[in-house]
Design a protein around this ligand. Structure first.
Ligand SMILES: Cc1cc2nc3c(=O)[nH]c(=O)nc-3n(C[C@H](O)[C@H](O)[C@H](O)COP(=O)(O)OP(=O)(O)OC[C@H]3O[C@@H](n4cnc5c(N)ncnc54)[C@H](O)[C@@H]3O)c2cc1C
Length: 477
């Protein structure tokens, strides 16, 4: 068995791992990067990018269909599913090539291929013939889709986000198991591209929004175009000729059965910890096999071991994986003199139609006793009506004692952009009064946010009596 000693080993060449090695390189450390499968990252290969490409195709189809509202009639929308998936894969391959090139910019001598597993507190074995002894180790092994055991009889017939983009055409019928972000984005896009889609989820929730008022509104709107079976459990799955038959019990207790050409399982993702033999590190592990982990240092306890990206189960999003990779790489180079980092304001976006977002604190994470809530509907919002996209609701949260804006849950047109403004305001710890002093053009969707903020200002009783605030709540526009 060959043995090598280095300053740091990074396990996993995804977005988190690549950012960790970038920091180690900057610090002048002697590092090695170990990848067990292939370069190209989950985000580019089977995550963010191909999913947004599919959503973009659905948006294009829908804008042709919706043009009639404006008096523009297109003759017969013809969706060529083969061409849709060809473009998804072609553009996906472009993004993957970019990620592979970014990886291969690091010297070949520092990049090893093979699965890594711990064989000692700071030693990892790569493949069968090499052991690396390191002063610090960054684990950035990502996460994988979970397929519930009830689907075992049809395991080779169901798809996950790992292989859905390999479809050659839009299926006539599709069951989507899971109404979280991935299931919603992919299932709704395929529905808008012509598939007859049934969504099944054992929870009562659609998407990540935690505010019960938001959930009620979202579900009412989505049920207009989507078949949502919530609060249900799939009880059996059988292979059929060219289809899969699923049985489930409806929320009302009725036995239901459906046959689907394709089944997409989007029932969550599990951190890739299995097979790493983490017990060799001596770290205490919880029932999920997860060691203690600090989001501000990315460190596990006091050990020279760092977790970055989806593997820590903290916030499985690309920008968080990048930040955690940077924090882990920097601290692996500095160990034991680790630095604590202030994390960014939370931001989650769902590329559904309409879009959903959580900017800053979610409803569930608020200190309810201190929180004032105001809401604004987009059903009569000026710009939304102009665009014939006047569906939506935003709930805004501020603390009563200091009038600081804490967060919002959003559902509506261009929520991706509105949520950025709001999360930036959270990170700046802006008061409602300061937010209202910002410029608002006319007519724009941001005016809808202003209406909600004015409402919050009134509820917080900070709307009048001070010259600047008078400006912010002037009647009229
Ligand atoms: C369908 C979908 C859509 C998404 N859309 C968005 C979005 O719009 N916006 C957003 O912010 N996020 C999105 N995400 C989430 C985002 O893709 C992830 O948060 C991000 O890619 C995680 O990066 P990572 O570096 O942690 O993991 P990865 O990129 O998965 O990297 C992990 C690497 O570790 C390797 N590895 C695993 N085990 C071992 C081992 N034992 N030895 C060696 N190597 C190993 C793997 O092969 C892999 O290359 C989406 C995810 C999915 C699935």
């Amino acid at each position: 068995m060959e043995r090598r000693s280095v300053d740091a080993v990074v396990i996993g060449a995804g977005s988190a791992g690549l950012n960790a090695v970038a920091e180690l390189e900057k610090a002048g450390a002697n590092w090695l990067l170990v990848e067990g499968a292939q370069y190209g990252t989950t985000c580019a290969r089977v995550g963010c990018m191909p999913s947004k490409l599919l959503v973009a195709a659905a948006d294009a189809a829908e804008s042709v269909e919706r043009a009639e509202v404006f008096g523009i009639r297109a003759q017969g929308v013809d969706i060529d599913g083969a061409a849709v998936f060809e473009r998804v894969r072609r553009e996906r391959d472009y993004f993957v090539a970019g990620a592979v090139a970014d990886t291969e910019r690091f010297p070949a001598a520092r990049r090893l291929m093979g699965r890594a597993r711990f064989v000692g507190p700071t030693s990892v074995q790569v493949g069968e013939a090499l052991v690396l002894d390191a002063k610090a180790i960054v684990i950035a092994t990502g996460s994988s889709p979970v397929v519930p055991p009830v689907l075992d009889p049809v395991r080779d017939r169901v798809r996950t986000s790992d292989d859905i983009f390999e479809l050659r055409r839009v299926p006539a019928s599709l069951a989507v198991i899971g109404t979280g972000i991935v299931g919603l984005e992919l299932g709704q896009a395929l529905s808008r591209l012509g598939a007859n889609v049934t969504f099944l989820d054992r929870s009562e929730h659609v998407g990540p929004l935690t505010d019960p008022a938001m959930q009620r509104y979202v579900q009412t709107v989505l049920r207009r175009t989507m078949k949502l079976e919530l609060n249900v459990a799939v009880s059996s799955a059988e292979p059929m000729e060219g289809a899969v038959r699923l049985r489930w019990k409806s929320a009302e207790g009725e036995e239901r059965v459906g046959e689907f050409e394709e089944v997409l399982v989007a029932a969550g993702r599990r951190p890739n910890l299995a097979g790493l033999d983490l017990e060799q590190t001596g770290l205490p592990l919880d029932e999920r096999g997860m060691p203690p982990w600090d989001p501000q240092t990315a460190q596990c306890g006091d050990a020279p071991i760092f977790l970055a990206g989806d593997v820590n189960g903290h916030a499985p999003l690309l920008h968080e994986a990048i930040d955690e990779g940077r924090i882990a790489g920097e601290n692996a180079a500095r160990y034991p003199d680790t630095m604590r980092h202030v994390r960014r304001a939370p931001l989650t976006i769902v590329f559904s139609e309409p879009q959903m977002a959580i900017a800053g604190q979610s409803y569930a994470s608020l200190d309810q006793a201190r929180t004032e809530i105001a809401e604004v509907s987009f059903e009569n919002q000026g710009r939304a009506r102009v665009m014939a996209r006047n569906v939506g609701l935003v709930r805004l949260y501020a603390t009563r004692d200091d009038c600081i804006f804490r967060g919002a849950e959003l559902f509506g047109p261009h929520a991706e952009h509105l949520a950025h403004l709001l999360s930036w305001s959270v990170q700046q710890r802006m008061t409602i009064q300061r937010m209202l002093r910002m410029p608002y053009y006319h007519p724009v969707l941001e005016e809808g946010l202003r209406s909600g903020l004015r409402r919050l200002a009134r509820q917080l009783k900070v709307e009048s009596g001070r010259p600047c605030e008078d400006l912010a709540v002037s009647p009229g526009m």
